[in-house]
Design a protein around this ligand. Structure first.
Ligand code: MG
Length: 375
């Protein structure tokens, strides 16, 4: 793997919280990636909702397939830019580990329940999973990942949470939110690859579900441009093949756009190493026209899919169920496994326990504790 000077070079890693001898055959970032793949939280992603609830169909994206798509797009762009593919892959596979069951409904429910108890934020929870909640090593909690992977996982953070992190770990992953600097270029890339991935796969899942139609997509210029391109080359194309080919072209164009725009930004700012890149403005970006096109597409998906009445209905039920589940555990901590029940910080323990659940486990637990079925 050729690494550009501004890439994250594993031999310059800022290290792990608990020092470990280097692995004989793998770089620190490869090792992080491997630890993530072997974690319990990673396996749970297969039964966690992305947009459509897990039981609504077998072909919709789950958090796991979404994360794999982010890793694929990220690696592909990374190689063209001379960035560290291993680090990109590690961040991409871990970026959603902190997601609750039932997607954003779950996040909203836990944030409401944790009001007055420190709140709940899925990005911070992803960091908690890899820093604290995974139990795989005798010598420390969590996976003891390198700074660079943890930095990439924490993509947003409130000022208050950043200050708390900074107090626990001075100069650590909270610092950039206080200083207003950027994360590594690999972390910036994962952020954008996430957006490219969900915009594309949510069109696919949205049409598959019947909640959005090809006719509605006429309102999205980015989609229309590539659908017309497909039709001019393959006038007979219809249905799924037309949809897939359009999405494929749209994805490719977004990838090329990021590569070109980022190369131009790199040429302008010329960071000489990874640390210098952190002090520049965000360099891994879409061109201005693609930024606008992507934002339009996001707005369309928000209005027509994420806020579709049918999605709203299941979302509201899922949210209500998690709130009931939360209250049930607070009233009856012994309904949780002893590790959680005996922790001193009851509300946080309940949030950690629920956040770790798969959709179907949450459904079963809700039924066990309330005697009612959610769906
Ligand atoms: Mg994501």
């Amino acid at each position: 793997m050729w690494l550009a000077p501004y890439a994250s070079h594993p031999e310059q890693t800022k290290g792990r919280r608990f020092p470990e001898p280097p692995a004989p055959t793998r770089s620190d970032f490869q090792r992080d990636r491997d630890r993530i793949v072997h974690s319990t939280a990673f396996r749970r992603l297969v039964y966690k909702t992305q947009v459509f609830l897990n039981h609504e169909g077998d072909l919709f994206r789950t958090r796991l397939t979404h994360s794999l798509e982010v890793a694929q797009l990220g690696r592909s762009i990374s190689r063209s830019l001379g960035l560290n593919e291993d680090l990109v892959e590690a961040i991409a596979l871990a970026h959603d580990l902190g997601h609750t069951p039932f997607g954003h409904a779950g996040q909203d429910a836990l944030n409401d329940c944790m009001n007055g108890h420190g709140g709940f934020e899925h990005n911070l929870q992803s960091l908690r999973v890899v820093d604290k909640l995974e139990e795989r090593y005798p010598g420390f909690d969590g996976l003891n990942l390198s700074f660079e992977t943890r930095e990439g996982i924490l993509k947003h953070c409130s000022r208050a949470n950043a200050e708390q992190l900074e107090a626990q770990e001075p100069g650590g992953v909270g610092r950039r939110f206080i200083k207003g600097t950027q994360p590594s270029l690999e972390a910036q890339l994962c952020n954008l690859a996430d957006e490219i991935a969900y915009n594309a796969h949510d069109i696919d899942d949205g049409v598959r579900s019947g909640l959005i139609t090809m006719e509605q997509l006429e309102a999205v210029p980015l989609f229309v441009r590539f659908r017309d391109e497909t039709l001019s080359e393959h006038p007979q194309a219809t249905g799924r093949r037309l949809l897939f080919d359009t999405i494929r072209r749209m994805l490719s164009q977004q990838v090329y756009d990021v590569i070109d725009a980022t190369r131009a930004n790199l040429a302008e700012h010329m960071p000489l190493h990874a640390e210098e890149a952190r002090l520049c403005p965000a360099l891994v970006r879409f061109s201005q026209p693609m930024r606008e096109a992507s934002t339009q597409l996001k707005r369309f998906l928000f209005k027509e899919l994420y806020r579709h009445s049918q999605v709203n209905d299941t979302t509201a039920r899922a949210k209500q169920a998690l709130i009931e589940l939360f209250d049930a555990y607070v009233a009856q901590p012994e309904a949780m496994p002893p590790d959680f029940a005996r922790r001193g910080d009851l509300h946080r323990a309940v949030a950690d326990y629920i956040a770790g659940m798969t959709d179907r486990f949450a459904v079963r637990e809700h039924e066990r504790l309330t005697g009612r079925k959610i769906f």
